[in-house]
Ligand binder design. Structure first.
Ligand SMILES: [Zn+2]
Length: 142
């Protein structure tokens, strides 16, 4: 499996959908990522208040930022805490990097950060290893 991380797979909250179990674990009915069609998305993601936030309907911006009066909203803060404690990943840090470096540089870094050391797969953020070959990073991901 080839590592595919692109801008379409970076959700408004800063989540990299390419490293999610909902994509990596499934052979069939793969989740297309937050910005894709709802059919094969987890229900929590379809209902997510960030994905459905008015801010994205009324602005040209693609990611949560201080341009939104609610930033960081309760949902974003909760997501961030959950991912930082359980999965060693931070939405707020991702958003900060997207803002400071731009989406292209962010994606370039994400490709390195989540690349499997053993094959051309991607480390799954939820499992902490490559679902393709079981490969792990030698060093902490954060
Ligand atoms: Zn691998």
């Amino acid at each position: 499996m080839k590592s595919i991380i692109n801008a379409e797979l970076i959700a408004p909250c800063g989540m990299n959908c390419a490293i999610c179990m909902g994509r990596l674990l499934r052979e069939k009915n793969k989740c297309p990522g937050c910005r894709g069609d709802d059919t094969y998305k987890p229900k929590n993601c379809v209902r997510c208040v960030i994905a459905n936030c008015e801010f994205f309907k009324t602005s040209h911006l693609k990611y949560c930022s201080a341009n939104c009066e609610k930033f960081p909203c309760k949902r974003l803060k909760n997501l961030d805490i959950r991912y930082r404690t359980k999965y060693s990943m931070s939405m707020l840090e991702n958003l900060k990097n997207i803002e400071e470096l731009g989406i292209k540089a962010f994606i370039k870094n994400e490709k390195i950060r989540w690349a499997c050391p053993e094959c051309d797969g991607i480390i799954c953020v939820h499992r902490g290893f490559c679902l393709n070959c079981g490969g792990k990073k030698e060093y902490p991901i954060l």
